[in-house]
Structures are given as C-alpha cells and as structure tokens.
Design a protein around this ligand. Structure first.
Ligand SMILES: *[C@@H]1O[C@H](CO)[C@@H](O)[C@H](O)[C@H]1NC(C)=O
Ligand SMILES: *[C@@H]1O[C@H](CO)[C@@H](O)[C@H](O)[C@H]1NC(C)=O
Ligand SMILES: *[C@@H]1O[C@H](CO)[C@@H](O)[C@H](O)[C@H]1NC(C)=O
Ligand SMILES: *[C@@H]1O[C@H](CO)[C@@H](O)[C@H](O)[C@H]1NC(C)=O
Ligand SMILES: [Zn+2]
Length: 502
C-alpha cells in the first residue's frame, strides 16, 4: 500500500536536534552525560509487533520510516549532539566529531540474540561520506541499560572497505520507483534480487543517477558475543560531509562478483584488538590513571604507597621526553614499585579525528619508542629461540588508552598493526575530573565515582591534573576496599597471563 504524498509532506525535513541538558532545564549535575543520551532511558518505542524471527531469512532493522524508532520498534537516534535530519525513508547525519554516534537499537531490556543470523551479512544502503566506522555493540553481561558499562563493547569495521560500488541501476526498473518505494517504506527485496547478473552488461548502461552505496559486512567480522547485541552504530566520522542512511538490514547473501558491481568481494577482517571497559577477574578493580601535572605526581605516589595498591599509568610520550617534567624518573620509580606503565599516544590528539593514517601511525610509533627508550617498557611480544627452547618475553605495554576515550576503527586497525592484539582500554567508572575538577563543586567527582561503582563499573579513569583530584584518590581507593574488592593493575584485572602475579 502506498501512502499519499500529502500525508507525508508535513513530516518532510523534520530536523531532530538532541536538546542539551540546559535546554531541558537541568543543571549539568542532574544530568550525567550518559543520561543526556536518549538511549539510556527506556527507549523502547514499540509501535508495532516486531517481525517474527525467521532464522536464515533477512532481518530488516531500519528503513527510517519513523523519526524515533526503527522497523523492529526500537529506538534509533544519537546520544551525542550529532545533528540529524529525518525524512520518511532516510536519516541524514551531519557529523562534526568522531565521538558522535548514530545508533539503531535492538531490545535494550533483553539479551537480543543475532545467533540465527550469525553467518549472514549486515547490509547498509547509504549515500555521502564514506569515512566512518560501523560498529556492532555488545550488551553488558546483565543486558541492563542501568548497569555500567552501557552500551557494552563494540567491534568495528571500516565502512569504506566494504562498499560495493555499482556501476548502474537495473535498466528494467526506474530509479524513481526505487527512491519512492524507499521513501514510503514499502518492503523491498534486498537489492541483489533486483539485479540480474551479467545480462545487464550487454544491456542499456545507464549512469547511476543516485550516488547510493551499499555495504555488505559479514556479521562474523564483528568479534563479540552475538547472543547479546544492543545496537548497530555509525561513528568515527573524521570528515564533516553528511551521510544519508536509507536501509540497515541483515541479508542471507551477497551479490556475486560481476561487472556491474565492480567484481565486489568481501574484504578480509582486519585485526582490531580488544576494546576493554571492565575488569574480568572476579572481585577486582583497577585504576587507569592518565596524564597529570608533574607537581602532583609525588602526592599520587605517596597515596598509592600508603594504601599499598598497584595501578596502571597511561603516559603521554611528549611529557615523558620533556626533561622538565621529571616524568621519566617518576614513572621509572613507579615501575620499580610494581605499577604498570602503558601507552597513551604521543601528543594526546583525538586520534580517530586525524585525517591520515600516517598521522595515526606516527602517534603510535612515537609513543611505543618513547616508552621503550625512556622506561625500557617493551610494547611487543618478543619470542626468542634459545638452544631449541622458545622463550617468550612478555610485553607490558600492549595496553593503550585512547586520548579522550575516542575510539574508531582506523585507530584500532593501526594499533593492531604495531602491537599484537592490543588492549584498548576505555573505562566503566569515570571520576569526571574533566568536568568537575576546576569547578567550585569538586566533590562531585566523588559522587561520580560512587555512582559508577554502584552501577557495577570496575575500571576507572582519572587524571592528576589538579590537587583536589589527586587527593581524592585516597577516598576512591578506600571506597573500593570497603566494598571488598581487590585493587590491581589493568593487566592483572584482565587476567593477562603475562601480568605479574598478584
Ligand atoms: C557539540 O557540537 C558543537 C558544535 O559542533 C561542539 O562545539 C561541542 O563541543 C559539542 N559538544 C559536545 C558535548 O560534544
Ligand atoms: C546468472 O547467475 C546464475 C547463477 O549464478 C548463473 O547460473 C547464470 O548462468 C548467470 N547468467 C548469466 C547470463 O551469466
Ligand atoms: C623526580 O622523581 C623522582 C622519582 O619519583 C623523585 O625522587 C624526585 O624527587 C623527583 N624530582 C623532583 C624535582 O620532583
Ligand atoms: C570510550 O569512552 C568515551 C568517553 O567516555 C566514550 O565517548 C566512548 O563512547 C567510549 N567508547 C566505547 C567504545 O565505549
Ligand atoms: Zn589523557
């Protein structure tokens, strides 16, 4: 059935911009950054019964007929201030930052399983900017959006590697028909069924009027637990060109390579390391302490000594090389005391925002070299063959914390080229020192810490950029101890066989 144009006309060009916390009348404290995100709330906007699950047939996730929910009846939208423009049949994204995300969700209040489709392909029809990351996000272990972390861990692929470039549209079908049917949400067979193979080569070659591109990504390229998947998301934008999404679905197969599709072949999965948000060891808790001010370093050391706990420091390489900071001696002493020192880039940029792979690589290589040269910390696993025996010298710096927590697939892939199976360490407890450190309510850092720990977070991020935050470290540690949790280095809390014994 077709909708009449006059009915949909008023809905055209409806622009959705996420209201900021302030415009909702909340102060910044009443709204935790995650709570500003629509998807933290109960965003299950069910308007219809979800399609019955028929394994091995396709699963239409989103055709963007509705501004607020997808074809499964669940929320789609952005948690960040990504500007969106919805028209029936499409969603246009105007990205400005690689941290922005557009999510189309499954059931966040349940463990939504994609196992019936695990051998199939994510198919995305879009237009515009190709420079982005496609992620499939795992839900947390409880499948509960109120638990930290939410969402859980993503695995990601680089959109541009999976694009099928079609030379023209099916000559028997009119482009307008295709456009209209998409706009009106009419169910369409996946594109492959609309093409006949090479017969078209001799037929009328019509230049594509539309610049639509298609992605086909094997679900197996997303290394995560397919039994609990929370969303498909589009993120990691490093150019500002808009992207228009038309269709997100899972299909059983991919068109075979032919002239009309540029002999499309699925690329191989590139390693992306492991993204870490939580400790895995039962009853463990870890502090990942990032950059700081040299003048508070000794205070941090004193607290850690007195509380007798070991942590992981993520050190910025330029700071280490700068003799005036005394960081080489400080981190050297921390290593001797049994703490872990790991990578946090060379100059602390949002790495996914860097325009070239060369710049991303340079950040990685300089930071690895600096840790090796200044502190003797090895970043690669070295395998030696001595008198017929294999000797593995473990690396302590397979651990990388992305500046600002900005993670996209280019960063993940490049890191995995230099470091064998890197751990990319985000967090599930945010002290929010970046938010409250320099305000007249610094104690909100304590509230933030207690809140995230209460939600089940066990891997913290903090800095020692101001004396109050540095002083709070003792409160954080005592709070964790009072809960009966054991504080240890990140590698130990991840049960890394190469980590030192507890
Ligand atoms: C939101 O977007 C504006 C403009 O693009 C940017 O300046 C600002 O930093 C963004 N805010 C957040 C919280 O990302
Ligand atoms: C079209 O594809 C089918 C199945 O792959 C094949 O059997 C058939 O020969 C193809 N037709 C032409 C004209 O290439
Ligand atoms: C530099 O760090 C070392 C090791 O922590 C410390 O003993 C020394 O006092 C520090 N020097 C300055 C000037 O802070
Ligand atoms: C990592 O942390 C940053 C900052 O909180 C957040 O924006 C980002 O979404 C996180 N990434 C993942 C994959 O959790
Ligand atoms: Zn940092």
């Amino acid at each position: 059935m077709r909708y009449s144009l006059s009915l949909i006309a008023p809905a055209l060009a409806l622009t959705l911009i996420l209201p900021t916390a302030t415009s909702l009348g909340f102060g910044p404290y009443e709204q935790h950054p995650y709570e500003q995100q629509h998807w933290f709330e109960t965003r299950q906007v069910k308007s219809q019964d979800p399609a019955p699950v028929k394994p091995a047939s396709s699963l239409v996730i989103d055709t963007f007929r509705n501004p607020l929910h997808n074809d499964l009846g669940f929320w789609h939208g952005t948690g960040e201030n990504l500007t969106l423009q919805h028209e029936p049949g499409s969603m246009r994204l105007f990205p400005t930052d690689p941290d922005q995300n557009f999510h189309t969700q499954f059931d966040v209040h349940d463990c939504f399983s994609l196992l019936p489709w695990k051998d199939q392909f994510l198919h995305v029809v879009f237009e515009g900017n190709e420079e982005f990351t496609v992620s499939l996000n795992e839900h947390n272990a409880q499948c509960n959006p109120a638990q930290s972390p939410f969402p859980g861990v993503p695995d990601s692929v680089q959109a541009s590697r999976y694009i099928m470039r079609t030379r023209s549209w099916d000559p028997d079908h009119d482009d307008d028909d295709w456009d209209e049917s998409l706009k009106h949400g009419k169910q369409k067979l996946p594109l492959k069924h609309r093409f006949r193979n090479d017969t078209r080569g001799g037929g009328r070659q019509r230049p594509a009027r539309s610049k639509r591109s298609e992605l086909f990504i094997p679900l197996s390229h997303f290394r995560l637990d397919h039994k609990r998947v929370v969303s498909v998301s589009f993120t990691g934008f490093y150019t500002r060109e808009p992207i228009t999404l038309y269709r997100v679905e899972i299909v059983p197969d991919v068109p075979s390579p032919a002239a009309w599709n540029g002999y499309f072949n699925i690329p191989e999965k590139l390693p992306t390391g492991q993204l870490i948000l939580r400790c895995s060891r039962p009853n463990s808790f870890a502090f990942g302490i990032d950059d700081g001010q040299p003048q508070y370093a000794q205070e941090v050391m004193r607290i850690l000594d007195e509380e007798d706990v070991r942590v992981t420091f993520f050190a910025v390489a330029t700071g280490l090389r700068d003799r005036s900071t005394n960081f080489t001696r400080f981190y050297g002493e921390m290593l001797k005391k049994g703490h872990q020192v790991a990578l946090h880039s060379n100059t602390h940029p949002k790495m996914e925002a860097l325009p070239t792979l060369h710049e991303i690589n340079d950040e990685i290589v300089q930071s690895i070299r600096t840790l090796e040269d200044e502190l003797g910390v090895r970043c690669r696993v070295t395998i030696l063959f001595l008198q017929g025996q294999t000797l593995t010298i473990s690396s302590t710096a397979r651990y990388f914390r992305p500046p600002f927590g900005t993670v996209g697939v280019r960063l993940r892939q490049q890191l995995a080229q230099y470091i064998d199976n890197p751990y990319i360490v985000n967090w599930s407890v945010d002290v929010e020192d970046w938010l409250w450190g320099d305000t007249n309510t610094p104690e909100r850092q304590l509230d933030a810490f207690y809140r995230d720990v209460a939600r089940g977070g066990n891997l913290a991020v903090m800095h020692y950029l101001n004396p109050i935050t540095a002083g709070y470290l003792r409160h954080f540690i005592r709070h964790v101890k009072s809960l009966g949790l054991n504080i240890m280095r990140v590698d130990q809390c991840l049960e890394d066989p190469n980590s030192p014994p507890l």
